[in-house]
Write a protein that binds this ligand. Sequence first.
Ligand SMILES: C[S@@+](CC[C@H](N)C(=O)[O-])C[C@H]1O[C@@H](n2cnc3c(N)ncnc32)[C@H](O)[C@@H]1O
Length: 268
Amino acid sequence: MNILIFLIAFAIFIYLLTLALRLKTWVRSMRHDIYNIRDELSTFKRSNEKANAKILTAASNIAAESVNASCINSLGFEFPVFMGGPSIDTHHARNLLFLLQERKPQAILELGSGSSTIIIARALQLMGASPNRHISVDHEERFLNNTKELARLNSVDELIQFEYCPLQPEDGFPHPWYSRIPALAGSLKFDFVLIDGPPAYEDGLGRTREPALTVLRPYLADNAVIILDDANRVGEQNVVKAWQEKYPEFSLYHATEGKGVAIFTLGA
Ligand SMILES: C[S@@+](CC[C@H](N)C(=O)[O-])C[C@H]1O[C@@H](n2cnc3c(N)ncnc32)[C@H](O)[C@@H]1O
C-alpha cells in the first residue's frame, strides 16, 4: 500500500516537474517573442520617423517651390517660362536671382540654353543692369531655336547672343563637350557662368560637364562665379570633387534644395 502511495506521489511529482519545465520553456519563448516584437516595433518606429521626416522635407520643398514660382513670376514674363524638368528648378532660379542682384555680372556664359536664359536676361533688364555680353550656348540647334523664340516672345532676344556649339571630342576627357568655346570667349573674361549642359542624366554620362572648368579657366574674371546645376546627382558630385582638387582657389557652396546647385566662387 505504501509503495502504491509512493508510486502515485512520484508520478504526480514527475508530472508536475514536466509541467514546470514546459512552463519554463514556454515563458522563455514568450519572452523571446516579446523581445522580438519590441525590436521590430522600435525598428518600425525609427523607419516611420525617417519616412515622416522625408515627407516633411518633400512637403516643405513643394511649398517653397510654389512660393519661389510665384516670386519668379513677378519678373513679368510675357510668355510662360517653365521651370523644373529639364530646366532649372525654382530653387535654382531663386539662387540665380540672388547672385545676379548681388553681382550684376558683365560677361555671362550659359552652357545649356532654355528657361534660365530668359530668367537671367529679364532679371538684369528689370534691374537696369543688362550685361555687356550674355552668351547662351546649346549643342542642339532645335533647343537653341526654342530658346531664341522664347526670348523673342519675352522681348529679351536682343540682349542675348545665341550660339550653336555642337559637341566634339575634348582632349583629356572621355565625353564630348562643346565646340567653339575658346573662340567665342576671345578676350572676354566671364564673371558669371551657368553650367547646365551637356545633358548628363543618362547612365555613364555623369561626368559630361567636367571639362567646363578646365576649358574656361583662362577666360574667367578674378571675381567669377560658376554655377553647376543638378549638383545633387552622383555624377555632378564627382565633378565637384574633381574641380575642388584641381582648382583649390575656388570656394564652394552647395545649395541642396531641389536638384541642387554647386556655386564656385573666385576671389571670395
Ligand atoms: C538641362 S538642359 C538646359 C536647361 C536650361 N538651362 C533651362 O533652364 O531650361 C540641357 C540641354 O538639354 C537639352 N534640352 C532642353 N530641353 C530639353 C527637353 N525638353 N528634353 C530633352 N533635352 C532638352 C538642350 O540641348 C539643353 O542644352
